[in-house]
Write a protein that binds this ligand. Structure first.
Ligand SMILES: [Zn+2]
Length: 287
């Protein structure tokens, strides 16, 4: 009798273990694939890492110094160090410098930039690395949509003119403006554009409507007009800005405009890295 009980008990335990394994496998299989965007705290500059549901890494700008690779190692396992797509919004040093280090230390598969030339040693160093590493470059000028993978797209809206090889006085004006689109969720990246660009974008009737806005030019008063916010209608605004920066950014006017429109503001100088996760229908922020 005792032996029988033990046998039944062993069988029950066996069934319990198998059931658990089946459940774990089942839930792993049906687990939602998510998109992740990390607004990296790089001080006074911009650097954002996008990790797609299939595991691609997209780096948008590299911040003002070479610490970016260390910051990326928190999110990309060190043995891989693969950047599928590097995007340079414009060649100002607070966006470009870190990308030189990334080219040196990581395997970069493709680059997108606006083609604008900058007469700065860091720009030439970046260009030399691109050539040395033989990384394919796509210059985007004008409206264009690029499919990254199923359900993940980049919709480019700006600049609206041929810029390749040109050296402009105001690089900010030609910053790439684009949406990262995952199913129904959109994040608008604006580089360092000015009010003038915002006006031209509004006039062009570009479909700028987005859930999250990366605020232009670190919250400078030279952008983020009320009219622009009326078109973008974001729920959240991200400001990438250095703590106690000498420029007094973000400006009072920008914060005022965002608050006036009821937009929630998240700042890297106050929060550190800001992490967005989305299943394409909803999104959450983590710190
Ligand atoms: Zn900047």
């Amino acid at each position: 009798m005792e032996k029988k009980k033990i046998k039944i008990l062993i069988k029950l335990v066996g069934v319990f273990i198998i059931l658990n394994i089946v459940l774990i496998v089942f839930f792993t299989l049906i687990q939602e694939k998510k998109l992740k965007v990390v607004f990296l705290d790089v001080g006074q500059g911009d650097a954002f890492l996008v990790q797609t549901p299939s595991g691609k890494n997209i780096l948008i700008d590299g911040g003002p110094d070479r610490s970016i690779v260390y910051k990326l190692s928190k999110y990309i396992s060190s043995n891989k160090k693969k950047i599928d797509l590097m995007i340079l919004s414009h060649p100002d040093i607070d966006h470009l410098t870190g990308l030189i280090e990334v080219l040196e230390r990581c395997q970069v598969k493709t680059i997108i930039y606006n083609g604008v030339k900058d007469n700065h040693p860091y720009f030439y160093e970046w260009l030399r690395q691109v050539k040395d590493k033989n990384v394919p470059v796509l210059v985007v000028n004008g409206k264009q949509t690029i499919e990254i993978e199923d359900d993940v797209y980049l919709d480019f809206f700006w600049p609206d003119q041929e810029c390749q090889g040109q050296d402009f006085d105001d690089d900010n004006f030609y910053s790439l403006v684009f949406n990262l689109r995952f199913k129904n969720i959109k994040v608008l990246f604006t580089g360092d554009i000015t009010n003038k660009v915002e006006e031209e974008l509004i006039a062009s009737q570009a479909s700028l409507d987005s859930d999250i806005l990366k605020v232009s030019h670190h919250g400078s008063k030279s952008a983020t007009s009320l009219e622009f916010l009326d078109i973008v209608t974001p729920d959240y605004a991200i400001i990438s800005v250095g703590q106690d920066n000498p420029f007094g950014l973000p400006s009072y006017r920008t914060i005022f405009n965002l608050k006036t429109k009821g937009i929630k503001v998240l700042r890297t100088d106050r929060i550190g890295d800001i992490i967005l996760e989305s299943n394409g229908e909803h999104y959450n922020f983590f710190q």
